[in-house]
Design a protein around this ligand. Structure first.
Ligand SMILES: [Ca+2]
Ligand SMILES: [Ca+2]
Length: 285
């Protein structure tokens, strides 16, 4: 091979589609190694295993055993109950999926003690919570039978204007809670509390106040949900301001579709409140 033909071959290699396709493939493979997306397994019954590492053979027994990593999927075993005294918190994260593995009933996260969210999502994007039973318990400081927990908290922050984007809560049963899905703005200096909160195909029942309450939420979508036994404070001798769905104070571009909101069991308040939303806000018309 003389020099001229070798140069020509190199030139044609650089300009060939195959070369670049292979290079791109190699980059993809290296990226997959470097930014590997992992699946982490949680089985609350595996508490005696000293080799817990989140693998399917040695699953963690607690959601508090690890920190969330962007891009990862976290699966709790079907038919198990995780008993929690603090929330499962997803804060400043992206592309996180929570789901289940195995067969049987939806895995349960039971906020048995303490007060607050069962799952709390803050300043995060592209989070999926799929196929859980989330249940609270009796409020530790009350004697009238009120519940201690918010099923999923998706609100804003007191000091940081960053908000949640694209949070999907789907195929979940949420009950024995003060509120099923709850997201408020907290700081009046910020124009919005969340964007693209989606509640899809969920059963929300035995709720003290509102089934779903969002304020300053841009493009909330509530689709195919069944809500019943809402506003149970009606039976607990206290003010009972519970509604099926309340989208208020600056919620815009909302969608409520194919939902059943059954208010037969309690009196007072509304099935749906869409109220006091600021149509003059130029960002959210
Ligand atoms: Ca553990
Ligand atoms: Ca309300």
């Amino acid at each position: 091979m003389n020099y001229e033909s070798q140069t020509r071959n190199q030139t044609s290699l650089i300009s060939s589609g195959k070369f670049w396709a292979l290079t791109f493939l190699l980059i993809l493979i290296y990226s997959a190694f470097i930014f590997g997306q992992s699946t982490i397994y949680i089985d609350p019954t595996n508490s005696g295993d000293p080799n817990q590492n989140g693998s399917i053979d040695h699953p963690y027994d607690k959601w508090s055993d690890f920190s969330f990593v962007n891009g990862n999927t976290y699966l709790q075993k079907c038919g198990t109950t995780y008993t929690a005294s603090t929330r499962v918190g997803i804060v400043d994260k992206s592309n996180i999926t929570l789901g289940s593995y195995g067969t049987g009933a939806k895995p349960i996260i039971h906020r048995a003690t303490g007060v607050g969210d069962i799952i709390g999502v803050e300043r995060s994007s592209n989070v999926i919570i799929n196929g859980f039973e989330l249940k609270g318990d009796l409020h530790p400081a009350h004697t009238n039978g009120t519940w201690n927990a918010f099923g999923v908290g998706v609100g804003g922050d007191y000091s940081n204007p960053a908000v949640n984007h694209n949070i999907q809560i789907k195929n979940c049963d949420i009950h024995r809670c003060y509120c099923g899905v709850y997201g408020i703005r907290y700081n009046s200096a910020f124009p919005v509390s969340s964007e693209d909160i989606q509640v899809i195909n969920c059963n929300i029942y035995d709720i003290d106040e509102d089934g779903i309450y969002l304020d300053y939420s841009f493009r909330p979508q509530i689709i195919g949900c069944h809500l019943w036994d809402i506003n149970m404070q009606w039976f607990k001798g206290v003010t009972a301001p519970g509604d099926g769905i309340q989208l208020t104070w600056g919620c815009t571009n909302w969608l409520i579709q194919d939902c059943i909101i059954d208010k037969r069991s309690t009196a007072g308040k509304m099935s749906v409140i869409i109220a006091a939303n600021d149509r003059t806000n130029p960002d959210y018309r």
